[in-house]
Design a protein around this ligand. Structure first.
Ligand SMILES: [Zn+2]
Length: 319
């Protein structure tokens, strides 16, 4: 989501689910191998999704995004480190055991993109393989990361990490070179480095901040609605191909809000909303200045989809 403080909050107050072990995270099972970890009460109101795929036979745990660094609004939270949570906190849906008990499995960290709410805990995994999109190495240059991660804007320290930049359709290998079911796709739009992850074994597509429901899809000034539209078309065609090959429904999971929903329906509905915006069928609901740019908000009736972006991105995409 990557809201900054100058963004009007569109969330209504939600009851916070206290974690039984006083942790900044809660985890629940999504598939036989994959868990959704929510940082449910962070000080930034991002409530990011972190996904953990356990591949026991390869002694590997793949973590998609690392969240907001455990900075909880609740001062009584004891476990703030994602890694400590993974290695020590028993999870009911995992038979009461931690997801990576004692740190026995090797980590592979995939970063959906470099915004702060996805990377703030990445330094806890500096001994592990960290993968990011190779679409725009320039965008991820360490000297530009404070701005592109939005850390500078928030006045927080930018994490230091050295990702391995991967190609489009990169097949992820375990640390000893064995094939996993995970493919990384370049999906620029939200940011140039936005990526998607596809788990072919479980027909699960993870799209980071490319889209989600029930909260504004936010484009920073480094984003592009033109690129985003191409990405959505590619994802629709990719999901269509996967479904026609094996008949089972692909499900979509986002960096916030949306998890385990039918991918094709969510992708086509999001695209239709964006087309409504571009064709002038949605009215601007709010406007303000953010990071020096005139910023607009659109919101669908029923509020399933909404959009916040610099107006310039809409104007460029309309041309
Ligand atoms: Zn983002």
């Amino acid at each position: 989501m990557c809201r900054l403080e100058d963004v009007p909050s569109v969330h209504t107050a939600q009851a916070v689910t206290p974690s039984p072990n006083s942790s900044a995270f809660i985890a629940s099972r999504l598939t036989p191998t994959t868990f959704l970890i929510k940082e449910y009460d962070d000080i930034y109101s991002e409530k990011p999704h972190i996904y953990a795929k356990l591949i026991q036979q390869l002694s590997t745990i793949i973590i998609l995004d690392t969240g907001c660094g455990g900075h909880s609004s609740n001062p009584d939270v004891e476990i703030k480190e994602l890694r400590e949570f993974l290695e020590t906190v028993g999870i009911e849906d995992n038979g009461g055991r931690p997801l990576n008990e004692g740190g026995r499995m090797k980590y592979i960290i995939i970063l959906s993109h470099c915004h702060y709410d996805h990377i703030l805990a990445v330094e806890q995994f500096s001994d592990s393989m960290i993968l990011a999109s190779g679409y725009s190495p320039e965008f991820l240059r360490p000297s530009r990361l404070p701005v592109h991660s939005l850390c500078q804007e928030l006045g927080i320290e930018t994490p230091s990490y050295s990702p391995t930049l991967v190609d489009h359709m990169h097949q992820v290998l375990s640390s000893d070179g064995k094939k996993t079911s995970i493919t990384i796709m370049h999906t620029p739009g939200h940011t140039p480095d936005e990526l998607a992850v596809y788990d072919g074994d479980e027909k699960m597509l993870y799209v980071g901040d490319t889209l989600y429901e029930n909260a504004p899809i936010i484009f920073p000034k480094e984003g592009s609605i033109i690129d985003w539209m191409e990405t959505i078309d590619e994802l629709i065609s990719f999901v269509g191909d996967q479904e026609s090959q094996n008949g089972s429904v692909v499900r979509i999971n986002a960096g916030h809000e949306t998890a385990a929903q039918p991918a094709l329906e969510v992708l086509t509905a999001t695209k239709a909303f964006m087309e409504d915006v571009l064709r002038g069928r949605e009215a601007v609901q709010r406007r303000w200045t953010k990071r020096g740019e005139e910023t607009v908000m659109y919101e669908q009736d029923g509020k399933r989809f909404s959009l916040i972006c610099p107006e310039r991105l809409v104007v460029e995409a309309r041309r």
